[in-house]
Design a binder for this molecule. Sequence first.
Ligand SMILES: [Zn+2]
Length: 454
Amino acid sequence: MNLTFYGSAKEVTGSLILVKTNKYKFLVDCGFFQGDDNDYYRNKKDFDFNVKDIDFVLLTHAHIDHCGRLPLMIKNGYKNKIYSTQATKDIVNYILLDAVLVMQNNWKHFRRPAFYTQDEVFKTMDRFETHPYYQTFSPKNDIFITFKNAGHILGASILEINVNEDNQTHKLVFTGDVGNTLTTIIKPTDFINGCDTLVIESTYGNKTHKGVDRRKNDLYNVIHKTVKSGGSVLIPAFSIERTEEILYDLNDLINADKLQNIPIYLDSPLSKNILTVYKKHTDLFNDVAIKKIKQGDDIFNFPDFTIIEDTIQSLKVINDRQPKVILAGSGMLTGGRIINYLPIYLTQKNNTIIFISYQAKNTIGEKLLQGRKTIMIEGKKIKAKCNVTQISAYSSHADKRKLHSFVKNIKHPSPKTIFINHGDVDQSSGFKQELTKHSKAKLIIPDPGKNYSI
Ligand SMILES: [Zn+2]
């Protein structure tokens, strides 16, 4: 059996792994590569293998860097199945349709043609077959797959794969993305008993999240201080999990009689859709969230909360000067409705922008966090005078401590080979160094495109 990683640590991040057994070929994830200005060309490019030879695809979760290129497979003639959980499928539908909208915008602004269509997204969705967590299924003879809960975003899976060949069983585990220690809505990460080969992500393989247990209080303090001084709070938020977690915490703060009479807006068509998927899959929520719902608490809704329906309503909110909280996409200020707020809200010194997620290099978000005062937004120079702050404990990724304890818990048997995948070089090599101290496994940071026999 062998594994080939595409778009791993040394090039850019993005998940696409080809697994070849004696009889079959399958993919784990088929995501967009994200890293630099060449992403468009990298993602548009043909696959390095014939998609018609692939027997099936396993999808760990719905983030675009794991599912973004699926329609391109369909476009190139892939006719077989894509396996995931139902929640992942429901979110992927909205994520891929949103990707088409972003590509159509890119055509308008940069004359870069879209490389798949809405119709190809619909055809992609027709290829899905869903399975719940913990129920083993067998897409081909001698291959047995179980989805476990990754605790990362709704529906995200860790894949346990048993392959019978040459009279023995080889157990592979692909973590996809591993969730943070505190999951306010979904159930926490399942630990894995044992495996022969482990493929683990390393997004924060060399970083510790600080203040996870006080993040709600940090959020309250920033909002309270800003509103008291007559300002508004802008929260750029990713649509999956992060938006829901912030709404959940705001609901808690309001139930605790904090943050009274402050209008709170969600201005993101994608987040609005994803919120409906979360409301459909409450069976995946943790005990605390389920208890609140049973007691009659609508955990994503509270007084003075408005979901913005259209751009006219959005414009009204932008021009309204009373103190408020606005949650809007995109999380890295690379597009979305948040862009319309920036020219006004960044220039007022009593406002605050709170970053709750990772800001990639060269994004407006990263520049603001570095203290840059003059930034360009859609060709216009803006003087940033507002407060800029960050609460990184809202990450939906495990930090190095959690990743390390995840590996340590795999004991029966402990893995012989560990591939440290899906992270910037400093994160994956930092994690490798840490693991060297505790694990006897062969540790590999895979080179993109290279075959590894296991
Ligand atoms: Zn993810």
